[in-house]
Design a protein around this ligand. Structure first.
Ligand code: HEC
Length: 134
């Protein structure tokens, strides 16, 4: 006579079910984290930084400079220009104020220069993974 109730089969079934439940709960927990805190690293730009971004776009700095590797190659990469220990904010300000050998002088006001620096600082702050990859 065939055995309809097998304790061994029941045990194996429960084992599979518990693995499934474990994976399912892990998936839900991980998804909840990724869609809430996991991606919450970038804050929105404040007004000053946004003004700097507009100046950067209006004057087409991208034609000569790269941010995150994108842009022209006449000038240096600016993604980490502010935190770079050989460059930094004062160094960047000098070029924005007076231009360079090949960098044009845009005749910015001091306020505009501060805005551009704030924007470059913002970019730099959000470049942690970019720095790790260098
Ligand atoms: C015609 C090309 C050109 C344009 C347009 C240009 N730059 Fe430059 N920039 C350069 C070059 C080249 C240098 C390197 C110094 C030199 O040779 O004059 C430089 C240097 C700099 C530096 C110094 C940082 C470093 O790492 O050496 C900063 C900051 C900078 N530029 C910001 C800007 C911003 C902001 C704009 C837009 C308002 C801009 N540049 C537009 C060519 C340009």
């Amino acid at each position: 006579m065939p055995l309809f109730f097998s304790p061994l089969k029941l045990y194996r079934g429960l084992k599979k079910t518990s693995i499934f439940i474990f994976l399912f709960i892990s998936y839900i927990a991980y998804s909840a984290w990724v869609y809430t805190d996991g991606t919450n690293t970038v804050r929105a730009m404040n007004e000053k930084e946004l003004a700097g971004k507009n100046i950067y776009q209006k004057n087409n700095c991208t034609s000569c400079h790269q941010l995150f590797g994108l842009g022209g190659f006449l000038g240096p990469e600016l993604t980490t220009a502010i935190s770079d220990k050989n460059r930094g904010a004062v160094y960047a300000k000098t070029f924005l104020k007076f231009g360079g050998n090949r960098m044009p002088n845009f005749h910015f006001t001091n306020e505009e220069i501060d805005e551009v620096i704030a924007y470059l600082q913002y970019v730099d702050n959000n470049a942690s993974t970019y720095k790790n990859n260098k």
